[in-house]
Design a protein around this ligand. Structure first.
Ligand code: 5GP
Ligand code: ZN
Length: 235
């Protein structure tokens, strides 16, 4: 056993104890990982995050096993590249998990060729969630790394239908930050993003509407009822 493995083994008991304490306190499941990590020493935390990001691989990955059919799941969509299934412990009725069949941990690792199809699938599932369980809202979530609450190290989007007063909490307290601090942070991120976007597809130009000599039609009574709702969605 290497020194790192020994330290990790020692940490395991501590992690289990802290997680049990959080569960007993009634901490929501999606916040337990974050709470436990906050209680670790910086060195311990680094070790856990490193282990989470390098452990596993396709051989031991639960979602790879679901993708290959070795582990059964309640599938709602499948094609050659993706599979979407119901979460075994749903946050709400109709909670979907959508994954690429290939094993990648972080969203940034997804091959570029799959970007458009993955986004299309997420859009379709968002609409299907609205319609399928008559949701009043839908959250689309995606966690990268243990510190962000990722428990299964294989890219996945959560599509979570929402209902009035369903008591699911995705809230956080906003930190106060000075404009200069925001600018400093933005500068660092902006540079990285610009570099990575060099290979992005060319901007899609939205066609301006051609001038027409048709007189604008007065909206019908039914259309008038719809108008305020449509307007509110405009930026
Ligand atoms: P994460 O916390 O990594 O963002 O989300 C992993 C999700 O996978 C969790 O919501 C969890 O309930 C779900 N999950 C874990 N094991 C299984 C399983 O065996 N089958 C299914 N369908 N979902 C699972
Ligand atoms: Zn996997």
């Amino acid at each position: 056993m290497s020194e790192t493995e020994e330290k990790l083994a020692g940490l395991q008991a501590k992690l289990n104890k802290l997680a049990q304490e959080e569960l007993a306190k009634g901490t929501p499941r999606d916040q337990i990982v974050q709470k436990v990590l906050e209680k670790l020493e910086p060195e311990e935390r680094e070790l856990v995050e490193h282990a989470a990001s390098t452990s596993g691989g396709p051989q031991q990955c639960l979602f790879c096993s679901i993708a290959s059919g070795k582990v059964p799941a309640t599938t709602v969509y499948e094609d050659g590249n993706f599979i979407a299934f119901l979460d075994i412990n749903p946050a709400n009725s109709g909670h979907i998990v959508a994954i690429p069949k290939g094993h990648y941990q972080f969203l940034s690792e997804l091959p570029d060729e799959l970007d458009a199809a993955y986004m299309k699938l997420i859009k379709v599932l968002e609409a299907a969630a609205f319609q399928g369980v008559e949701a009043k809202g839908v959250n689309v979530l995606q966690n990268n790394g243990a510190a962000a609450g990722q428990r299964v190290p294989h890219i996945h989007f959560h599509i979570i239908p929402r209902f009035e007063n369903d008591k699911i909490s995705l809230d956080w307290e906003g930190k106060k930050m000075e404009p200069a601090q925001l600018e400093e942070i933005a500068k660092r991120i902006r540079e990285k993003a610009a570099g990575q976007m060099k290979s992005a597809p060319k901007q899609v130009v939205v066609q301006e509407e051609k001038p027409t000599d048709k007189k604008p039609q007065k909206p019908t009574k039914e259309e008038q009822k719809e108008l305020p709702r449509v307007r509110r969605r405009l930026p």
